[in-house]
Design a protein around this ligand. Structure first.
Ligand code: CA
Ligand code: CA
Length: 418
């Protein structure tokens, strides 16, 4: 019996460390004598350890910047990795809510990365990041969570009321971004002050960085797009994610791009640096509501993507499938897309879907294919307030009736809402 217990317990459990607002880095890091910073907790942590972050407001000041490198200021730098099956966890303690306030961190001329995550096998959960600043007046971007590691999980994070992108991933594979919220982020300092780089979530993987998944996330009132994967060299998956009111301020003042899901494209990248074949992004079971521009946008992608079971309401056009030839120059109506069971209602422009070459796409059961006049009675609710309800106790999206088909007519006719 004793041997059994030892075998069971020794390899499985790492150490526990605590960080608290009233802690000190000279403490031992216990619950009674917690550290004062995540950076200090990282020093003590080993693979398999858990750092519990107690609730309260962590007012970060400039002297805490972990590293200044080239054009960046990494404020909290997580560069220590866990191991397979033994991640290092940084998680909110029980149901407490730790809030990291970066509003006083304004390093002159540097891009602020509030959390720069270079480690792999990390699990970050339950942290809130507010007030991240922009100090650069020319082209720039600041970021709340910058991921450059692999096999990381980001869960129940909330990034809001700052000038920075919520979550941004470039050099990392196998990352899961789960049940996170990014909202009311707008860079009003740089360039034209309209915040053209501030997406809720950005994923732009370099070659080889496969299998990045966004699930259960919400993005609203971000000055640029809700989700953006322009310049992605590998496919990105968005599932069960919501995007609404992007491209607007909370007063519905027009800001920058404002697409719900901008899935694809390479901008002005020279053709020899554009991947061929283009990765097929996957956007499924997602919802786009009243974004300034398109709900679901292929953004000049040089190939098709998969768009499955998405719902869109009151975006400029609900679907814009615009593609580009392999030369990354010649725009053409979308080709190669697979679109199943998508429904669009009440585009603010006349057409629900634009820029699609139907004969070169695999289309099945989409509302825009059918001779079907949809009206509000087909849905259990179109009350947008439901989108802002609190998450459930597991951090999942609230279970709401928004755009849920009631009459059965949409299902019978083929346009499944879910
Ligand atoms: Ca933009
Ligand atoms: Ca964008």
């Amino acid at each position: 019996m004793h041997i059994f217990c030892l075998l069971l317990t020794l390899p499985l459990f790492g150490a526990e460390w605590f960080v608290a607002v009233n802690g000190r880095d000279s403490n031992v890091g216990s619950i009674d004598h917690p550290f004062g910073s995540i950076s200090r907790a990282q020093q003590s942590s080993k693979p398999g350890d858990t750092v519990y972050v107690r609730g309260g407001r962590y007012k970060i000041n400039e002297s805490e910047i972990a590293k200044r490198e080239k054009i960046w200021a990494y404020v909290i730098l997580l560069d220590k990795s866990g191991k397979p099956g033994r991640s290092i966890s940084y998680i909110a303690y029980r149901d407490e809510r730790p809030v990291f306030d970066f509003s006083e961190v304004k390093p002159d001329g540097l891009r602020v990365h509030a959390f720069e995550v270079k480690g792999s096998w990390l699990y970050i959960k339950g942290l809130e990041v507010v007030g991240v600043q922009v100090t650069v007046k020319t082209h720039t971007q600041s970021i709340c969570f910058s991921n450059n590691g692999s096999n990381n999980i980001y869960e129940q994070l909330s990034m809001h009321d700052g000038q920075a992108i919520g979550l941004y991933s470039v050099r990392g594979a196998n990352n899961l971004f789960l049940n996170c919220d990014a909202y009311k982020n707008h860079d009003y300092i740089s360039e034209d002050k309209l915040g053209g780089n501030v997406d809720g979530f950005g994923c732009h993987p370099r070659k080889g960085y496969t299998n990045n998944v966004f699930r259960g996330c919400r993005a609203w009132f971000n000055s640029d797009d809700g989700y953006d994967c322009i310049n992605a060299h590998e496919a990105v998956v968005f599932e069960n994610c919501w995007a609404f009111y992007n491209g607007y301020s909370p007063e519905f003042k027009s800001l920058k791009d404002g697409n719900g899901f901008k899935a694809g494209g390479y901008g002005s990248t020279p053709v020899d640096r554009v991947p061929d074949p283009a990765p097929r992004h996957v956007v499924r079971f997602c919802l786009a509501v009243r974004n300034k521009a398109y709900g679901f946008y292929a953004n000049h992608h040089t190939g098709g993507s998969d768009w499955i079971n998405n719902s869109a309401y009151m975006n400029k056009n609900n679907f814009n499938m615009l593609c580009r030839l392999k030369d990354n120059k010649t725009d053409v109506p979308g080709y190669g897309h697979k679109m199943n069971n998508n429904i669009g209602y009440k585009s603010s422009r006349r057409e629900e879907i634009i820029q699609i070459e139907r004969s070169e796409c695999d289309l099945f059961n989409n509302s825009f294919q059918m001779d079907l006049v949809i009206n509000a009675n087909d849905f259990a609710s179109l009350d947008e307030k439901l989108l802002l309800l609190p998450r459930n106790s597991y951090g999942g999206l609230p279970n709401i009736d928004f755009m849920r088909s009631v009459s059965g007519r949409l299902v019978e006719e083929g346009a499944l809402v879910e």
